[in-house]
Design a protein around this ligand. Structure first.
Ligand code: ATP
Length: 298
């Protein structure tokens, strides 16, 4: 019987899966102890990360029903490229991430990481290898230092402090009564959405994976928080392969490639400038968001 092994900084992603039905950490751990639906092939080797290239080839997927959720998706994220996926609710963005982390196997097609089909490697090595910034970050009733260290339990204090700097959390932590030793969570400090997301960024950085998956939270951020997150993403993107599921297009204007996903298909793709020129769905979404920003800033 296989047990799902999920690194702790991936818990937020799982948490989103179950929020609404069960809400506490114990329940989340129970979920993680469930039997895995996907089993490894016998003696499946470890995923060997090299430069961090992701290739999605002719990928199609349906959950149990006949309804296709993803249909013939093709794209590549070259090493150190930043690729963004945008699309309306229900388009299939989260499903794509679930396939990347192999919560399900593709119905057709392949996902390759550094040339290895993810179906052929063992799942724990796959999940350990990918840095993820989930939409919802789970915080424990411990110090902020320990909360960040969940990204890699054996990380040295020095590595944690370096991740804090890269996640643009230093100033925030410097203002706390006990610095990195300040307690957070129910019994301690309550973090804003933007601060939590930067904790998630620091956790993901600790994995030192060449690949970072950023599942942007839908909740609105104040402009200072948004700026700090943008700066962190920009710095990290210089050294990492990045796949961003974006809701705020301002996060991804500098992406090397943007994929617009609608009803499981890539309907437009290109850079921000190319997509604006195309004057299609992306351009429409961009002008809507620009208008919203203008109204909010009045
Ligand atoms: P959002 O931006 O709202 O998170 P999304 O683009 O991430 O949306 P998905 O969550 O991937 O979209 O959902 C794509 C489609 O798959 C939706 O129609 C959804 O109802 C369906 N779906 C998602 N999870 C399951 C599941 N476990 N079983 C069956 N259908 C599902």
């Amino acid at each position: 019987m296989m047990q799902i092994f999920v690194p702790l900084n991936f818990l937020g992603f799982v948490y989103r899966e179950m929020k609404g039905s069960m809400a506490n950490i114990e329940a989340m751990f129970a979920l993680l102890r469930q039997k895995a639906t996907i089993t490894d092939i016998e003696n499946a080797p470890q995923l060997l990360l090299d430069k961090g290239k992701i290739e999605v080839k002719n990928l199609s997927f349906r959950y149990q029903s006949e309804r296709p959720i993803l249909n013939n998706i093709n794209f590549t994220v070259a090493a150190k490229q930043k690729v963004a996926i945008v699309g309306s609710s229900g388009a299939g963005k989260s499903t794509l991430l679930k396939l990347l982390f192999r919560f399900y196997d593709a119905s057709e097609g392949q996902i390759l990481i550094d040339g290895q089909d993810i179906k052929t490697v063992n799942q724990s090595s796959l999940r350990c290898a990918l840095g993820i910034v989930p939409q919802d970050t789970v915080l424990f009733n411990q110090s902020i230092l320990e909360n960040i260290r969940y990204g890699r339990i054996d990380a040295s204090d020095e590595d944690v402090l370096s991740a804090i700097r890269m996640a643009h959390l230093s100033e925030f932590i410097d203002r706390l009564p006990n610095g990195v030793d300040t307690l957070v969570g129910e019994r301690g400090l309550k973090l804003s959405g933007g601060e939590k997301q930067r904790v998630a960024i620091a956790r993901a950085l600790l994995k030192q994976s060449p690949i970072m998956i950023f599942d942007e939270a839908t909740s609105s951020l104040d402009s200072a928080s948004e700026r700090l997150i943008l700066e962190a993403i920009r710095d990290i993107a210089q050294e990492h392969t990045m796949l961003v599921i974006a809701h705020r297009l301002s996060t991804i204007v500098d992406a090397d490639h943007i994929l617009v996903l609608e009803q499981g298909e890539i309907v437009e793709h290109g850079t921000h400038t190319e997509l604006l020129k195309l004057n299609g769905q992306y351009a429409h979404l961009w002008s809507l968001q620009q208008r919203e920003r203008a109204i909010n800033s009045i």
